[in-house]
Design a protein around this ligand. Structure first.
Ligand code: TPP
Length: 312
């Protein structure tokens, strides 16, 4: 449980420290921080095996950390450096690292659900017991890919977990204005698979739900849809000028911060005391700080390699 806390703090620190670097002009492009959603990423990753795969979104840094990703490699990637986990080609938007089963994102919202179903088809065809998990947002469930991927995964009983990080907002559109039913999981019945709602700010609840879906998939019983109800505290991206949600709403969710809530659980259950928690926080801050300095000193990709990795 302490390791879950540590990883949530690492994810938070990467977002916070890279936001500072972005303001200093050291990072190209916009950033999509996942502050407030760490419990989904870390709980899900902990429930999977090293050999399982995940797909991420534009908000995928903490998903990567949850799956066992390397702090330095992802921080270098955010800075677009050659030693980043996607060799500096992806930035924060396209975090790939086959070594830890992170098979990345796409620029097409919803596309990763089909990618995960494809991984699952490969595992089923090879006859091994690996599982694929797709992270996606509430906005993605209204793309055609959601419906195609869930339908085919169900018919073929693919070992895949569809994990919706419902953070209430698809860019500036509230879920109540874009979803045709009350909950994302209401759609699971139509695709013949279990649909479970979990508190996405409770890392243990996410861990339990993903563990159950993973054993179902490994047993050959097919896919599951999980809806983790959560919230992104910052704007959609660093380019977001705001003005579409109330301060009250943000404050209400800040009071449900997944890291603070989990610290209280650890203290109450006497799993850790406040001194231990403070030292986990200090170590995480230091590790990410050192990764940022390392990234700043790392080389950009050599322009002569620009065509590498485009074709197999
Ligand atoms: C098919 C497609 N439509 C629109 C976009 C532009 N776009 C990028 S992220 C995003 C919002 C996605 O919302 P959601 O899936 O809820 O994820 P969140 O940003 O909340 O994590 C949009 C509209 C895109 N990349 N692809």
């Amino acid at each position: 449980m302490l390791e879950l806390l540590r990883k949530m703090i690492i994810g938070r620190e990467i977002d916070e420290q890279t936001l500072v670097q972005k303001k200093k002009g050291n990072i190209p492009g916009a950033l999509h921080p996942a502050i407030g959603q760490e419990a989904v990423s870390i709980g899900a990753g902990a429930a999977l095996r090293d050999s399982d795969t995940i797909t991420t979104t534009h908000r995928g840094i903490t998903d990567y950390i949850g799956k066992g990703g390397d702090v330095r490699a992802v921080v270098c990637e955010v800075f677009g450096r050659a030693n980043g986990c996607s060799k500096g080609r992806g930035g924060h938007y396209f975090v790939n690292d086959p070594k830890v089963g992170v098979l990345g994102g796409t620029g097409v919202v919803g596309g990763t659900m089909a990618m995960a179903a494809g991984h699952a088809l490969a595992f089923q065809t090879l006859g091994d017991d690996r599982v694929a998990l797709s992270h996606f947002g509430d906005g993605a469930v209204n793309t055609g890919m959601f419906h195609e991927a869930l339908n085919l995964a169900s018919i073929w009983k693919l070992p895949v977990i569809f994990l919706c990080q419902n953070n209430e907002w698809a860019l500036t559109v509230h879920v109540s204005k874009h979803l045709s039913c009350e909950h994302v999981v209401d759609r699971a019945k139509g695709y013949g698979m279990p649909g479970v709602i979990v508190d996405g700010n409770d890392v243990m609840a996410v861990y339990e739900a993903v563990s159950q879906a993973a054993s179902r998939a490994r047993n050959g019983d097919g896919p599951s849809l999980i809806e983790a109800k959560t919230y992104r505290i910052p704007g959609f991206a660093t380019s977001d000028v705001g003005g579409y949600r109330s301060e009250d709403e943000v404050e209400r969710w800040k009071a449900k911060d997944p890291i603070t809530m989990f610290e209280s659980v650890l203290l109450k259950k006497k799993i850790a005391d406040s001194k231990e928690i403070e030292s986990v926080k200090a170590a995480a801050k230091k590790e990410v700080g050192e990764a940022v300095l390392f990234a700043l000193e790392s080389p950009h990709p050599d322009p002569s390699t620009v065509f590498d990795y485009l074709y197999a």
